[in-house]
Design a protein around this ligand. Structure first.
Ligand SMILES: Nc1nc2c(c(=O)[nH]1)N[C@H]1C(S)=C(S)[C@@H](COP(=O)(O)O)O[C@H]1N2
Ligand SMILES: [Mo]
Length: 301
């Protein structure tokens, strides 16, 4: 990839002393992208990238393999064995195989990125991730010319995953991206949060993070990555295709059939918690809108 995305925030910026400088950076970015007007006031923009706390990020989770409650993953995910771990990379690649987690880490450049994270259930967080670009992993395996999509699978190990006893989803959990979305420099494979290895409930030892899409696209505890020439089936789309489309880009103008996506509730914040407007592409429009030029995003939701 010729173009590498550069982070506007680092973990160090999340410290109180750096907060003022950090917010200036954010505002500059928003003004440049024309999002400041869409946001309405600068106060909302400032709040938008203030990271959540470790407690919020690790205790309010979605990981249905451990149960459907927000507290189930933190209660049960420590049952999951994450060593040894390997990722099978197969399909339309030059070097298919089982890559151990250690081998992958050895090949990748880790960096820190603070991203907005927006769940389809209309809550949001801001998380400081560590990880590498998915493009680097795909290039390691060598993407072949005919590849058009990437599909992902989560570990399916019922003995360690109490939630899989229930057929809420068709296990293993599956997700997919179009190849250009997968190769985009914003798309990362995270291995840590807040400078520490990923806790199991957040998808140890490695999970996808696609910041401009609803949270369910960011599949956890990945064991398989397959390059294909067909749009792959995905768990939420299979469960309910009217409610969960393949693209699932954050879009305030397209409501979920059962609720509005126009605003979101920021997790945490206590007394000052309030709803804020949902941003098109979760605020990453400047970087990703061009991927969808000419597409009807109400149809391809
Ligand atoms: N394997 C797997 N990945 C998953 C999920 C899941 O249930 N299983 N939930 C998704 C949803 S709906 C969201 S919002 C995010 C939550 O990530 P977090 O708990 O780290 O905030 O993980 C996504 N990845
Ligand atoms: Mo979600």
């Amino acid at each position: 990839m010729a173009r590498r995305w550069t982070n506007d925030l680092t973990l160090a910026d999340a410290t109180p002393e750096a907060a003022f400088w950090n917010r200036r950076q954010i505002m500059a970015g928003l003004a440049g992208s024309g999002l400041a007007a869409a946001l309405g006031t600068s106060v909302q923009a400032e709040e938008a990238l203030d990271p959540n706390t470790w407690e919020e990020v690790t205790n309010y989770c979605n990981f249905y393999e451990f149960g459907t409650g927000k507290g189930d993953p933190s209660a049960y995910a420590d049952r999951m064995t994450t060593r040894p771990w390997s990722v099978t990379i197969d399909g339309l690649v030059d070097r298919p195989g089982d890559y151990s987690f250690e081998q992958i880490l050895g090949e990748m450049t880790l960096e820190e990125r603070i991203y907005r994270f927006r769940c389809v259930e209309a809550w949001s967080m801001v998380v400081p991730w560590q990880g590498f670009e998915l493009a680097d992993l795909l290039n390691m395996a060598g993407v072949q010319g005919g590849a058009k999509y990437v599909s992902f699978e989560t570990l399916y190990r019922p003995s360690e995953m109490p939630g899989t006893a229930y057929k809420v989803l068709d296990w293993p959990y599956r997700e997919g991206l179009r190849l250009d979305e997968a190769m985009h420099p914003l798309t990362m494979m995270a291995t840590g949060i807040f400078g520490k290895p990923l806790p199991n409930q957040n998808g140890a030892p490695l999970r996808l993070v696609v910041p401009w899409k609803y949270g369910f696209k960011s599949i956890k505890s990945v064991v398989r990555v397959t390059l294909t020439d067909q749009e792959p089936p995905t768990s939420w789309n299979m469960a309910n295709r009217r409610e969960y489309g393949f693209y699932s880009n954050v879009n305030p103008d397209v409501s979920h059939p059962r609720w509005s996506q126009a605003s979101e509730r920021r997790i945490g914040g206590g007394l000052f918690a309030k709803r804020q407007p949902t941003l098109m592409f979760n605020g990453y429009g400047k970087e990703v809108a061009s991927l969808y030029e000419g597409m009807d995003l109400a149809r391809h939701f």
